[in-house]
Structure formats: C-alpha cells, structure tokens
Design a protein around this ligand. Structure first.
Ligand SMILES: *[C@@H]1O[C@H](CO)[C@@H](O)[C@H](O)[C@H]1NC(C)=O
Ligand SMILES: *[C@@H]1O[C@H](CO)[C@@H](O)[C@H](O)[C@H]1NC(C)=O
Ligand SMILES: *[C@@H]1O[C@H](CO)[C@@H](O)[C@H](O)[C@H]1NC(C)=O
Length: 365
C-alpha cells in the first residue's frame, strides 16, 4: 500500500514535469491568435484631473543661507554645504561648445515654441527617431515649433565628432562642455535657463523633456491656447508629496536637505513653461545652490521665483499603456523606446475613427 502511494507520487511528479515542459506548446496550441476586430473601440471616457497650485512664497537670502517658504514649510539651503558636497555643480560656468546663434529669432505674426529635449551624445538613434516623428521644425496652428537637443560632453572623441556633424546637418543641437552624467543633469537646467535668458527671451513657450518622450504637439498647442493661465504658470505632472530618499541612487544626505518632503516640482523634468518664467527663474538660479537632483532643483527654482504650477494628468511622465487612443488624448508621454515611438507615430497618422461601445454610451449620456 505504502509503495503504491510512493509510486503514484513519483509518477505524478514526472507527469507534472513533462506537462510543464510542454506548457508553452500547449498554450500556443489552445490559444490560436484571434484576429483583431476590424472596428476600433473608443477608450473609456476619462476625466482629466487638473488643478493649479498658486504660490504664497517668499525667498530670503542671509549670508550663505537661502530661506524658501512654500506656504507649508520653510526650507533652508546652506550654500556652504552644497559647495562642500557638490563643488562642481556650484561652480560650473556653462561653457557652450556647440552654440545656436539666432536660433530664437521669432517670425512676425507667429508664436514660437521651443522643444528643449535633454539627450546624450551617444543617443544617435533616439534623436533620429524623434526627428522622424514629433521633433521637427514645423508650423502648427500659428505656432512655429523648433526642436533643440541639450547635450553635454563625452571623452569619446568619435561620438563628439559625430555630434558635431549631426549639429551642422540638423541645426538642432546645443552642447555644453561639462561631462554627460546623471549626476550633472541639474547643470542642464541651470545652463538652459541661462541660455534662454541670454539668447531666447522672445520665445513664447518652452517645452522641456527627455529624448525618451512623445509629445502630442497638436494637443499641446490646443491646450496652451485653451488654458487661461498658460502665459504665467508652469504646466506638468506636479509632485506634491515626494519623499526625500536617504538610500539608493537618488539619496540625499540629511545634512544637505534635512526635510522629509520636497517642495512641489514637475516630475521627470517634463514641463511646459511660458516666456514670462525665464527671467525670474534665471535670476534665482544665481542665488539658489544647485541641487543634485534635476527635477527637485527646478522645483526649488520655481519656488524661489514664486511661479505657480498647474498639474495636469495628461502629462504621462511615468509611461502609459500602449494604446493609440490614449496617445491621442495625451499631451506628453515619457519612457518610450525609439521603436515604440515610431510605431505609435505611424498608428497616429492613420486617420481611423473609433466606434463607441453601446454600454459606454449609456454610461456617458
Ligand atoms: C507670489 O505670486 C503671487 C501671485 O502668483 C502673489 O500674489 C504673491 O504676492 C507673490 N509673492 C511674493 C513674495 O512676491
Ligand atoms: C553650513 O554648512 C557648513 C559646511 O558644511 C557647516 O560647517 C555649517 O555648520 C552649516 N551651517 C548650518 C547652520 O547648518
Ligand atoms: C483625417 O481626419 C480629419 C478630420 O476628421 C480630416 O480633416 C483629414 O482630411 C483626414 N486626413 C486624411 C489623410 O484622411
């Protein structure tokens, strides 16, 4: 009796092993791909969440200390401490190696939007994908749109030469001479503000984001035209409860920033800002120490410059489901590979229509 039970267990075990080996085959066997339905269903109706964050801020500078108040907390930044921990970030003088003179010359009777896209020297294929899709010089609904890739330096001479060649061919690269590294990303924020202040104060709007993003320009321009506060506020996916991390890649020491939460900032550095924000942001960047995390740094500058934010859920900074209908509604989607971006772009060009499902129609009306 006992032996029979043992045999059953052993054979059962083998049978399970065999079954698990064949599982992938069985799966494809039973799961013959179903042909895509010809009709595209519309996505479920979504309510977009948007709200403005108005400032009641104050900035006070006393010796090496900046006192920033955001209506909830006071943050004291000790410049001496930042100079001790991140000397290069504080002292770098924004040396341009590839400049774009006259880039922002604004045409009469047109508004101008600059797409400032943070890239890296070696991301040739990403830039190529962006140029093939949304990051082209073009006119949309009375806006002249111009892309500008923000790049730092690398010790790879071949890459540097290729970047120079690319810059001459496309006229859309601005390069600084600090080393390209996540640790120095805040310098792109500071140097971009300086460059905008010096050479580009006539531009109407600036989009800022990464070379992994998709921007729905038509939707973005409609959005800018319709938002009553687009001329004075910074729009993005605003983080209001972001905790200060003490471990991992984004760790910040207690001596540098002795608070539990950061002030508000646009997540992932993806934002759209009006001309009016350039000068105040640049001015405070001369006083506020450079914070080692780029998006928090921008938040601190915005706070010091007393600029209001508007949060909008259509900035999908943490990625989004790969669905053409959702992309049609989105303003910005981050974290996209160049291949997916091109696929999505092609899908968006096809002028298909969607059909409302009857159950959804009932829901909405
Ligand atoms: C900050 O801006 C708001 C309007 O956006 C204004 O009411 C307030 O007085 C400003 N605060 C300071 C300190 O300038
Ligand atoms: C500011 O930073 C310096 C350098 O680390 C330090 O010696 C000093 O005690 C700090 N001041 C305050 C008030 O924390
Ligand atoms: C796409 O659709 C729009 C509006 O429905 C229409 O104006 C346009 O002509 C269409 N384009 C193509 C290529 O079918």
């Amino acid at each position: 009796m006992k032996r029979r039970q043992k045999n059953i267990i052993i054979w059962g075990f083998f049978a399970l092993m065999a079954l698990s080996c064949f599982l992938p085959f069985l799966k494809t066997w039973f799961h013959t791909p179903v042909a895509e339905p010809k009709i595209n269903w519309c996505p479920p109706y979504t309510q977009v969440f948007s709200y403005a964050i108005y400032r009641r801020t104050s900035l006070r500078l006393v010796g090496p200390f900046s006192y920033l108040f955001d209506g909830r907390h006071t943050y004291v930044l000790n410049t001496t401490q930042y100079e001790a921990n991140f000397p290069y970030l504080q002292s770098y003088p924004c040396g341009v190696t590839i400049d774009r003179g006259g880039y922002c010359r604004r045409p009469v009777n047109q508004l101008m939007l600059i797409l400032a896209i943070r890239s890296q020297p070696e991301n040739f294929h990403r830039r190529a994908a962006l140029r093939k899709t949304w990051a082209q010089q073009q006119e949309i609904m009375g806006f002249l749109i111009k892309p500008l890739f923000l790049i730092a330096a690398t010790t790879d001479f071949e890459h540097m030469a290729l970047v120079l060649e690319e810059a001459e061919k496309f006229n859309d690269i601005l390069q600084w001479d600090f080393p390209e590294s996540p640790a120095y990303l805040s310098l792109k924020e500071r140097c971009l503000l300086e460059w905008l202040f010096l050479y580009c104060s006539t531009v109407d709007f600036i989009y800022k984001g990464d070379d992994t993003s998709f921007v729905n320009l038509r939707a973005l321009i409609e959005y800018l035209r319709e938002s009553s506060d687009s001329q004075v506020t910074i729009h993005g996916n605003i983080q209001t409860e972001s905790s200060v991390l003490r471990h991992g890649r984004q760790r910040i020491s207690f001596s540098l920033f002795p608070y539990h939460k950061y002030p508000f900032f646009p997540a992932a550095g993806a934002l759209i800002m009006p001309k009016r924000a350039i000068t105040p942001l640049y001015e405070v960047s001369n006083w506020i120490p450079v914070f080692p995390l780029d998006d928090v740094y921008f938040g601190l500058l915005g706070l010091a410059a007393n600029i209001s934010y508007r949060h909008n859920d259509r900035f999908y900074v943490f990625g989004m489901k790969y669905d053409v209908w959702l992309y049609k509604e989105a303003l910005v989607v981050c974290r996209l590979s160049p291949e997916k971006l091109i696929d999505m772009w092609e899908a968006l060009q096809q002028n298909s229509t969607c059909v409302m499902r009857t159950d959804e129609i009932k829901q909405i009306f």
